[in-house]
Design a protein. Structure first.
Length: 117
């Protein structure tokens, strides 16, 4: 299963963006999917993940502002990001998770989100 993140762009602080993670392959709906981000100069970090049953987890820093969802019919996972902050400027990646928590496969190019102050 190959995943492609898209939807990034330039937004002002306090604004919103919706990222999409589109998958190829019919096994998408049995995989947990995670959204990660890499802020320049920092390690990649988990933002949110969603199980194949739709159970979600969020990093404390995004709780209440970000929402992860999935549409298995469209083989797509979304990340709705509201009230974005300049420090959340990063490349955002989506990836399959093994056992619900371990990233597996290629990170791909990700999608760049730039939040201006």
């Amino acid at each position: 299963v190959q995943l492609q993140a898209s939807g990034g762009g330039l937004v002002q602080a306090g604004g919103s963006l919706r990222l999409s993670c589109a998958a190829s392959g019919s096994l998408f709906n049995i995989n947990s999917i995670g959204w990660y981000r890499q802020i320049p100069g920092k390690q990649r970090e988990l933002v949110a993940r969603i199980s194949n049953e739709g159970n979600s987890y969020y990093a404390d820093t995004v709780k209440g502002r970000f929402t992860i969802s999935r549409d298995n019919a469209k083989n797509t996972v979304y990340l709705q990001m509201n009230n974005l902050k300049p420090e959340e400027t990063a490349v955002y990646y989506c990836i399959r998770l093994v056992n619900g928590v371990l990233p597996i496969g290629s990170w791909g190019q990700g999608t760049l989100v730039t939040v201006s102050s």
